[in-house]
Design a binder for this molecule. Structure first.
Ligand code: SF4
Length: 703
């Protein structure tokens, strides 16, 4: 059997995988030649071969009519989608339809989805589950750097003297990167790790210093650090003068945080821990500050990102080996989606929807009849508009919002009253598929072909090594078929290579023909032959005309703002949107477990992965459990003002009094309805629209 080099479909580390198909499943190994993992795999990646059977797969299109769901041919299903979308657009306008897509899509799928909606339907009502994951980082990058840019690379973690992990349980959620950090610490014992997290996670256990701050207080902490650095003289004045703007306003916003006692009180930690962290940061030249969902999933998420970036700008620790702020993305292709404009407020090739010149540029390149005139609705807003009747048809691809969005019962109500719900998925029975009027079978990992981009801007190929099962087809193909049936031109791609070529040519054309330069460019990949695309080795963008990649950005001190300078952002600390109170006294935090991925449609098939945590648990401090009248091992009802679920009580350790933690993986398809999304509050960051998954007031009661 031939071994195929491909990329893991799970987290944003984007590990290279060697897959050798067998009669049942495949032999899976880490790819020693992939720059992201150099042969390493975590337990999820290593178990990929156990997840390739066809149990539970959606293998044929289906249409729901008065009698229920019935199998249909592709022709009938596609015609129904196209004719209904066309009729709704004709009667109610382009904003009456929407796409809700996913960081699980390949870049090529994402590109076609955006072209279809923004250029041909003429609406930007296309958003993605990446909104739930890293949209605060996108917004923070754009404010600081002028574009959504991750400055550094994984190698910086190995070169750093200090790694600060903020709101990131990297040991569980980005495991092979954490293995690289552990190895670097063996080789360079002076490397220090600081973990900032309300919970004492596996990552915190390995850290030299753990700051168990109160949930949502990161801006106080990093404003305090900015003030400390400024007052102690640990700043790079030459860098600030030459390459930045806005320090004065940022320092003014951080003013009250100049008091260690004030910050320690707000963050709920011992002032001595705070001073130890600040001194370590000031004294370490090579610092990487990596942040993940604990930062992003907050109503202050964008400010948290900028408060962190401010501390790197003030010390000039950016654009050089071993230093920089670093967004650890959650999903396998969250970055690729951003490259093609996968969010409702973005355009392809890192262009901006709110700039008329950018809109016209993309419209011209696509030879599109129109272009969305304004940003579309972000994920939470989109499902509200569906419930209110403003959006009448939605096409959901590769995601399960009835389980994963906050206030998930609202999403269920919205879909129940939507005129047309189209669901493209590889699984037949999901909480969202239960509401579908049309179900379209999608290819899964190992079957589909295209590219993904990981957290360090590395574009990697996902290659097919299995035959397409049943009638499953690529998502880009289904989109093109609907577009063509709606009379749109420019959707006759033969394969993923043709789509990637167009995506890369847009990057080249934008820079060379129109003079609209952006840091995102992959010009050097625009002329890839089919064989070149098939054999494409992992490469980090920007990719210049000669085809060379780039490990780091801003090495020349130039940023993407018009004046070439980075911006300090004045970040004023704000408490989470919904505080705990007497009725709902516990703050619920949600997140991933080590051995599961999203709603377990794939990882749930592996018995060894299931062993880690066989059922949904609510992790509580023993004191809070006592007050609630529940004991470890018993079932408890967890309720908020938005919904309720049942989970088994655990005392996993590391949880502070007044807090609870529930993993995100279980759904309404399990024996009991265990969707934690139904409990989570729908408050969002006012800049990024990212929901506050890390802070919902709840009540715990015996079940
Ligand atoms: Fe896959 Fe992430 Fe594990 Fe790598 S670290 S094998 S990308 S889940």
């Amino acid at each position: 059997m031939m071994t195929v080099r491909t990329t893991c479909p799970y987290c944003g580390v984007g590990c290279g995988v060697k897959a050798t198909p067998m009669a049942h499943g495949a032999i899976i190994e880490g790819d020693p030649d992939h720059m992201a993992n150099r042969g390493r795999l975590c337990v999820k990646g290593a178990a990929l071969g156990e997840t390739l059977d066809l149990d539970g797969r959606l293998l044929a299109p289906a249409i729901r009519d008065e009698q229920g769901l019935r199998e249909a041919g592709w022709d009938e299903a596609l015609a129904k989608v196209a004719s209904t979308f066309a009729a709704i657009v004709a009667e109610h306008g382009p904003d009456a339809v929407a796409l809700y897509v996913s960081g699980q899509l390949l870049t090529e799928d994402y590109y076609v989805a955006n072209k279809f909606m923004k250029g041909f339907i003429g609406s930007a009502n296309i958003d993605t589950n990446s909104r739930l994951c890293m949209s605060s980082s996108v917004a923070g990058h754009k404010r600081a750097f002028g574009e959504d840019l991750v400055p550094g690379c994984y190698e910086d973690f190995e070169l750093a003297d200090l790694i600060v992990l903020v709101g990131s349980n990297a040991a569980w959620c980005h495991p092979t990167l954490f293995q690289r950090i552990a190895k670097a610490r063996e080789l360079r014992p002076h490397l220090r790790i600081v973990a900032i997290d309300p919970r004492r996670t596996a990552t915190c256990e390995s850290a030299d210093l753990h700051l168990p701050i109160k949930p949502g207080t990161d801006v106080w902490l990093f404003n305090g650090l900015l003030a400390y650095l400024a007052h102690s003289g640990a700043v790079d004045s030459a860098f600030i003068d030459a390459h930045t703007n806005g320090l004065e306003a940022a320092l003014e916003a951080a003013g009250e945080c100049a008091s260690i006692e004030f910050v320690a009180r707000h963050c709920g930690i011992d002032p001595r821990l705070l001073v130890e962290f600040y001194e370590l940061f000031a004294a370490s030249d090579k610092v990487v500050t990596a942040f993940s969902q604990g930062v992003n999933q907050s109503t202050s998420g964008t400010d948290k990102v900028n408060a962190i970036i401010n501390c790197h700008l003030v010390t000039g620790r950016i654009g050089k080996p071993g230093m920089g702020p670093f967004s650890l993305t959650g999903q396998p292709n969250a970055m690729g989606g951003r490259e093609v404009g996968g969010l409702a407020n973005m355009l392809a090739a890192h262009l901006e929807l709110d700039q008329p010149a950018h809109r016209e540029l993309v419209r011209t390149f696509w030879d599109a009849p129109r272009i969305a005139a304004r940003p579309g609705l972000k994920a939470v807003e989109m499902f509200r508009a569906i419930e209110e009747g403003g959006i009448k048809a939605v096409w959901i691809m590769a995601t399960n919002p009835v389980a994963s969005l906050p206030d998930a019962d609202q999403v269920r109500r919205a879909l129940a009253r939507c005129e047309l719900v189209v669901v493209s998925d590889m699984s037949a029975a999901t909480d969202t598929a239960a509401h579908a009027h049309v179900l379209l079978p999608a290819l899964g990992w190992g079957e589909k072909d295209g590219t993904v981009t990981n957290s360090e801007r590395c574009i990697s190929r996902q290659r097919a090594f299995l035959d397409a099962p049943g009638q499953a087809r690529a998502d880009w193909w289904a989109l093109c078929q609907v577009a063509r049936r709606m009379g749109f031109h420019g959707f006759d791609y033969r394969d993923a290579h043709a789509i990637f070529g167009e995506h890369a040519r847009l990057s080249a054309w934008r820079n060379d023909e129109t003079g609209v330069p952006r840091a995102f460019r992959i010009d050097g990949l625009a002329g890839l032959s089919r064989a070149g695309y098939d054999g494409l080795a992992p490469i980090q963008w920007p990719v210049g005309a000669a085809g060379e990649g780039s490990a780091r950005l801003f090495t020349d001190g130039r940023y993407a703002h018009a004046d070439g300078k980075a911006r300090f952002v004045a970040t004023v600390p704000r408490a989470p949107a919904n505080p705990a109170d007497r009725a709902y006294p516990i703050v619920l935090n949600t997140g991933r477990l080590r051995d599961q991925w999203h709603t377990m449609t794939r990882t749930g098939k592996s018995p060894r992965l299931a062993n880690h945590a066989p059922e949904p648990c609510v992790d509580l401090h023993p004191h809070d459990a006592l007050l609630a009248g529940v004991r470890e091992g018993e079932l408890a009802r967890v309720s908020s003002r938005w919904g309720a679920m049942v989970a088994r009580v655990s005392h996993g350790g590391g949880i502070a009094r007044g807090s609870a933690f529930i993993p995100i993986h279980w759904t309404g398809q399990n024996a009991s309805d265990a969707r934690v999304g139904a409990v989570v509050n729908p408050a969002v960051d006012p800049v990024s629209g990212e929901p506050e998954f890390k802070h919902t007031p709840v009540r715990i009661e015996p079940f």
